[in-house]
Ligand binder design. Sequence first.
Ligand code: T4K
Length: 364
Amino acid sequence: MIYVTKPNLPPLDELMPYLEKIWESGIVSNCGPFHQELETKMCDYLGVDHISLFSNATIALLVAVKALNITGEVITTPFSFVATAHSLLWNNVTPVFIDIDPISLNMDPTKIEAAITSKTTGILPVHVYGRPCDVDEIEKIATKNKLKVIYDAAHAFGVNCHCGSILNHGDLSVVSFHATKVFNTFEGGAIVCKDSKTKQYIDKLKNFGFASESNVIQVGINGKMSEFNAALGLVQLKHIDDVIEKRRFIDYTYRNSIEKILGISCLEDTGEYRKNYSYFPIIVQADYALTRDELYEFLKANGIYARRYFYPLISDFSMYQGLSSANRLNLQIAAEHADKILCLPIYPDLTEDVVNQICKLLSV
Ligand code: T4K
């Protein structure tokens, strides 16, 4: 069986010295030395000023919303993983879904202003598949309307746009280091922020809200990354450029074959940016021999487990359907894409041979 992804594992011999240090010191959690070292090295690698590591990106999103004191309503995209909207509901904030742009598949900035009400306090866009949102336009609208912006950058590790790391945009960005991501610590995530005061506040929030040994100042949570996960991250970071290069080659191989297949297309580029090749989505058009779901089943029957990210839309889940913004008429481009996108397997160990076999299956 070939899955949509396979976690990239760090070489065990490189990991062992880190584990020995953990065993010797007995420091296994609570922002120990590896946690601190990974924060520093990751800032250097990504080109950002401050990072706070988390046990996963979902908790990081919850804390990001809390840290900015966001209330009322937040404008977001339905074309994402459910953690995006859940982070709002967990904070008693109502998600307001708007449609996506047909090229980038990210929130369509031209739809934001019409969704603003007196209760709106923020915008939560997603750099879906690591494809940059229109950050300049979103910033203009946010500034004009005095709204906070949190980017769900779960897919965007290492993505650079016209002015450096995409993670430098918005008030905060949240990255995921889950096993299925380009850079993984098995489970993990981070909040990127721009100043040390915000970083210190976020660090307190992820540690139950403790301000000192004897005082708690906020309803915090336990979101700390363990020393084991940080050690994994330190080893993974040494190999990340090689991992991205292997993904680039797989992306290139797919594109070369797929452009010759009638009825299937790859996503168009949205301009010049450094990619991380985190997913390989294809669009199954109406003139293809099979529907998207028939193709999904056909690949599965042949041992290829592709995924329909992001189907259903978040707004189509039963618990979200009651929101007035969840109406599909409001979200036609998102709905159309949720019904015709399929993400093909992509991970560093995937061989060129298997990619060619998958393309052959697509050519039926
Ligand atoms: N925001 C966005 C936009 C996100 O996409 C996500 C997560 C988040 C926020 C929250 O981030 P975290 O809290 O997770 O850090 C997966 C991931 O669990 C999830 O992290 C990810 N997005 C989402 C898009 O995909 P599933 O349900 O597709 O995962 P699963 O377990 O089916 O894994 C996919 C394939 O990967 C499997 O078929 C086999 C392979 N796999 C997976 C795991 C976990 C392995 O080979 N080994 C493994 O250990 O959600």
